[in-house]
Design a protein around this ligand. Structure first.
Ligand code: I6G
Length: 695
């Protein structure tokens, strides 16, 4: 930017001619950068640099209002609010395109057969050359440039007469307001205005946050934006554009559609990167399949591909049937959105206890499969979308994503239907259902008891940082639960060798190892056990704080919310979650049974934090210690009241360093933080609590 500023120094007073030259240069540079950013997706300068130059241009134009022209990058949002959209007669009609509804490969073959027949080609003649482009799910648009300046943007309308939406289309950064000098004096560019999926999601998110209307799909959002009367609103709806053809052109000629696309690219228009040439039906089919396979990964929605005869002379020879060109066809993919009736709304309980309302649908073919269920996400989504049983819903299924109800067709309800309500009890286990403040999801509080959550609960309980049962992975847990060997957590400690060996691919030796690991896990610590119970919001650190504060499990189980709030770092949400968990009789029952199976830990008296030897001290571990694992050292330090941190600062009290300690050791030495080895750390742990010394 410094260089550019030197190129364009501030204007001298009254230097109108000089200002005009600078304005032109600034616009040229800004347009080039905008093209790199919005069309090529390859910016060469940071945004801040663009913004600074943009402000320079604004300042210059403010000093010389007579030099402001509509094609200046400062003039994209013109600020005027229209009374209505004026009709525009297209100089060359905007055609529609024939659709090949056969979504299978034969759709491409049928098109090729028709073309060859029309051109009277014999089987001996070479394959016809086609061009293939993705078909965007957006709105057709015609952009008219006169002497290189955008003068009008119009919708398709009925093909003859569309609507003037220039004020909104100017806000689309991918659309050039001015063309290079070699552009013909009259040029109409035809293409599709659309909204990228990420922009659509962000827009809906913003609308939701502001309590505004959300949109069912990117196409509807784009259509709404294009037809706004106020360009200020349209500017906030992020639209994109792809060019795919020409309308009226004076002063330029082309031999092929491929050449048209190449030239459009050179004039600064975005052209679909997937477009390409295909020789004959076989290559059309390959294209259809290749773009179809990439469809879900594209950042925008496409509903098919368009095949066109590449030679413009052949296009002319083929001509039109009514309003459709014979030389082009849209070959569709299976629709990703379809309308169907909602027969019922059920509630499913997920592995983590989340309750998900699911719409039971009249079967509908969407996204290539027959769909009978679609997620409604949560109660708030249902309310927002206004979904009720009996409604005609729009169901979306894209790729492998779970089908979802994106909205309902308005005005179809003939009688009163009550609003859907979330059940107060879990439909699987009957435990209380709760929704925490500020959360959208309802959850079952059944935890360990709820069959829907069983597998997840077992895996969490057995995890390394919890009970550390080696060898109890998800495949084994799947089998144990599916075969009914384990119904609740304590069954883990009750199953025998015979039940394990009976499982698929379980050798006796492996079964013995699993049982040995389970036996070993019985001797544990209170924090590990507490963490292993999977109480919502109780992570390792909270489990440690709870154990330290209360000393025994019974004290924690019987604590009131107020007592729980006394614990370090426990706030109202966490206290409530712990209290609700232990208020469920079945959760207490699980705990008792685990104890009865021999799970033990050492309990202590409620700790006075200040009497712990390392109370108030921050320690950093680095390198490999000779006998203790990192986790074991951390457990010991935390049990002694220390806070174990990840990085060294002036506030660190000790660094415990083992072999191959790196930068943390160097930092400690640099800051003069005391460095201990493992023996030094153990000695420190054994020492009485030091009083009030700071490093
Ligand atoms: O509606 C359309 C979408 C895409 C088209 C089209 C297209 O090409 C990629 N091409 C033509 C020639 C027409 N409509 C009429």
């Amino acid at each position: 930017m410094t260089e550019n500023l030197e190129l364009f120094p501030p204007p001298e007073p009254n230097g109108r001619a000089q200002a005009a030259i600078k304005i032109i240069a600034l616009r040229k540079q800004l347009n080039a950068w905008a093209h790199e950013y919005y069309v090529q997706d390859a910016p060469s300068v940071p945004d801040a640099e663009y913004d600074r130059m943009f402000r320079d241009l604004q300042a210059l134009e403010a000093q010389h209002p007579d030099l402001v022209t509509p094609d200046s990058p400062t003039q994209r949002v013109i600020g005027a609010v229209m009374d209505g959209l004026a009709p525009v007669r297209h100089a060359v009609p905007m055609l529609s395109i024939r659709t090949e509804t056969d979504t299978e490969a034969s759709g491409a073959e049928a098109f090729d057969v028709r073309i060859r027949r029309e051109l009277k080609l014999t089987p001996e003649d070479p394959p016809v050359e086609y061009i293939v482009e993705p078909k965007f799910d957006g709105l057709a648009m015609s952009l008219r440039y006169e002497h290189g300046k955008l003068v009008q943007a119009a919708t398709r309308g009925d093909g003859e007469v569309g609507e003037d939406v220039t004020h909104n289309i100017r806000t689309i950064r991918q659309i050039p307001l001015a063309l290079p000098a070699d552009a013909p004096p009259v040029l109409e560019v035809r293409g599709e205005v659309y909204m990228a999926r990420a922009d659509f999601d962000a827009l809906n998110e913003r609308q939701r946050a502001q309590g505004g209307k959300t949109f069912v799909n990117p196409r509807n959002a784009a259509a709404g934006a294009v037809r706004q009367l106020d360009s200020g609103i349209a500017a906030q709806r992020p639209l994109s554009f792809f060019a795919y053809g020409l309308g009226e052109v004076q002063g330029a000629q082309f031999a092929t559609h491929h050449a048209v696309l190449q030239q459009l690219k050179l004039w600064g228009f975005p052209v679909a990167g997937q477009a390409g040439l295909a020789q004959g039906a076989t290559e059309l089919i390959a294209f259809h399949q290749r773009i179809g396979a990439a469809r879900d990964a594209l950042p925008y929605d496409i509903d098919g591909v368009v095949y066109k005869v590449n030679s413009l002379a052949l296009q002319q020879q083929l001509g039109f049937v009514t309003r459709e060109p014979r030389w082009a066809v849209a070959h569709k993919y299976p629709a990703q959105e379809m309308a169907t009736r909602i027969e019922a709304i059920d509630v499913q309980v997920g592995r983590t206890g989340k309750l998900t309302p699911v719409a039971r649908l009249a079967p509908v073919f969407v996204g290539g499969v027959t769909v009978t269920n679609a997620t409604l996400h949560n109660l708030f989504e249902i309310r927002k979308k206004g979904v009720r049983v009996g409604d005609t819903a729009i169901v979306r299924r894209a790729g492998d994503v779970i089908p979802e109800v994106v909205g309902v067709v308005p005005g179809q309800r003939s009688s009163y239907v009550p609003n859907f309500r979330m059940p107060a009890q879990c439909p699987v286990c009957g435990s209380a259902v709760v929704r925490e403040k500020g959360e959208a999801n309802h959850r079952c509080t059944g935890g360990l008891f709820c069959p829907a959550q069983r597998k997840e609960a077992i895996l969490h309980f057995a995890a390394r940082r919890a009970m550390d049962v080696e060898g109890l992975g998800d495949k084994l847990v799947d089998q144990l639960v599916d075969q009914g060997v384990i119904r609740m957590l304590p069954d883990l400690y009750r199953m025998g060798l015979t039940a394990l060996i009976a499982l698929e691919r379980m050798a006796e030796k492996s079964a013995q190892n699993v049982l040995a690991a389970l036996e070993k896990s019985k001797r544990t610590t209170l924090p590990r056990f507490l963490f292993g119970l999977g109480i919502r919001h109780v992570g390792e650190a909270t489990a440690k704080d709870l154990a330290r504060h209360f000393g025994s499990l019974d004290a924690i189980m019987d604590a009131t919310v107020d007592q729980l709030l006394q614990v370090n770092d426990v706030g109202p949400v966490v206290a409530e979650a712990i209290h609700t968990f232990f208020a469920q009789p079945h959760n207490r029952e699980v705990v008792e049974q685990l104890r009865a199976c021999g799970v033990t830990w050492e309990e202590g008296a409620p700790a006075e934090r200040a009497t712990l030897p390392l109370a108030g001290k921050t320690v950093v571990l680095t390198g490999t210690l000779p006998t203790l694992s990192r986790d074991a050292a951390k457990d010991l330090l935390e049990a002694a009241g220390a806070k174990v941190a990840g990085s060294v600062s002036k506030k660190t009290h000790y660094v415990v360093a083992g072999e191959e300690a790196g930068s943390k050791l160097a930092k400690a030495q640099e800051l003069g933080v005391p460095v201990l080895d493992e023996a030094g750390m153990l000695a420190l742990l054994a020492a009485p609590a030091p009083e009030g010394q700071e490093p």
